[in-house]
Design a protein around this ligand. Structure first.
Ligand SMILES: [Zn+2]
Length: 83
């Protein structure tokens, strides 16, 4: 048992390099959680499940880390947007 989890010095250096190279954006998402806009017409879209008729909002993380958030959307919200 030791505090280094059995890493060799070379492995430790590789790990440190890897840490340095993670984009700050992704680190922020890892520590703070992803940020999703409430609604963004340019980036969000709504998909409709043909079988159940339920709507789902699909929106990428604001920080463009590649994570996409999907959540159910009540049809009333869509109707109110259209008027
Ligand atoms: Zn994110």
């Amino acid at each position: 048992m030791n505090g280094d989890h059995g890493l060799t010095p070379a492995q430790r250096r590789a790990f440190d390099d890897w840490l340095q190279n993670i984009p700050v954006i992704i680190l922020k998402c890892r520590t703070l959680g992803h940020e999703f806009t409430d609604w963004d017409d340019r980036r969000s879209k709504i998909t409709r499940d043909g079988a159940t008729g339920t709507y789902t909002i699909v929106a990428p993380c604001k920080r463009k880390c590649g994570v996409v958030n999907t959540r159910p959307c009540p049809p009333t919200a869509i109707r109110s947007r259209a008027t």
